[in-house]
Design a protein around this ligand. Structure first.
Ligand code: ADP
Length: 266
């Protein structure tokens, strides 16, 4: 028997709502509709799902998808051990059995065969065929499938197919507006709101460079890193260079532009 408690979110995660997403998610969950959360990296998608799992008091199983991930990694496989072969459920199977919210983070990264296995779980069938085991699982009534993806990264090769997209309801996330983002940094790290506002200004300046030398702007996650370092006593300029600039660009001109914006702010 799987211990469901280990998958529960026991402590309320801090989540600052940006609109009516909490009520809408609750409505989707009530009808057990599959949910897709779109948005740039580090804008609060995973935090939102974690918060909803806590609020609904349901277990949450998160899978970080990558390009080497196959359907077996999700569904399960036979393992060989001293006593012979033994079936081991994958995370999707576990979630379907115990009635968890299964969150497939960055699902387009995974190989195409993985999207095929989620299809029967996302319509009226709510089933998961374990072909290799010859078993058909009926999903637990509490089971819900959630996927995230970053539309900015999608190449034509890697986009989700319409036949997959049209099985989900969708939320479009973006970085919060300046006042809200400053509040998130302050609440998340305990750093004063004035300094948080300055960090957000730098973040917003960098986001304007998206498409002009930057693939992606500075995420809320990186702003939280910078605020954490400053809160822990690191010099503000050094913290910003380290957390906001060095990770996101290898281009000397862009780096200098951002470093200059930091010098102006602090
Ligand atoms: P992703 O969109 O990549 O899943 P995360 O949910 O991991 O991003 O968010 C990255 C970090 O940003 C979180 O760990 C949290 O510190 C912060 N964050 C972003 N948005 C919010 C929000 N609305 N409320 C609280 N924290 C947030």
């Amino acid at each position: 028997m799987t211990n469901i408690e280990q998958y529960k979110v026991h402590k309320e995660p801090f989540y600052q709502a940006q609109g009516d997403e909490v009520a809408l998610y609750e409505a989707a969950y009530k009808a057990r509709l599959p949910v897709m959360v779109k948005g740039p990296t580090g804008c609060g998608k995973s935090r939102f799902i974690e918060y909803m799992a806590w609020k609904l008091n349901k277990p949450l199983i998160t899978v970080a998808c990558n390009e080497d991930m196959t359907a077996s990694d999700l569904v399960g496989r036979y393992l060989l051990d001293a006593n012979g072969t033994r079936w081991l459920d994958g995370p999707l199977t576990t979630a379907a059995r115990i009635g968890a919210i299964c969150y497939l983070d960055e699902v387009v990264e995974a190989r195409q065969d993985t999207t095929v296995v989620i299809h029967p779980l996302t319509d009226h069938r709510r089933t998961l065929p374990l072909d290799k085991k010859g078993e058909l699982i009926e999903a637990h009534p509490d089971f819900q499938l959630v996927i995230s993806y970053n539309p900015g990264y999608q190449s034509l090769m890697k986009d989700l197919k319409q036949s997959t997209k049209q099985r989900f309801t969708g939320f479009e996330f973006d970085y919060p507006d300046a006042a809200l983002e400053s509040e998130i940094l302050a609440k998340e790290t305990g750093l004063g709101i004035e300094v948080c506002s300055k960090l957000v200004q730098i973040g917003q300046a960098a986001r304007n460079l998206k498409g002009h030398g930057l693939d992606e702007g500075i995420s809320t996650r990186l702003l939280v890193y910078a605020a954490t370092l400053i809160k822990n006593g690191v010099d503000a300029k050094a913290a910003c260079r380290m957390a906001l600039v060095r990770p996101i660009t290898d281009d000397a001109d862009i780096r200098d532009t951002l470093d200059h914006a930091i010098d102006v702010s602090f």
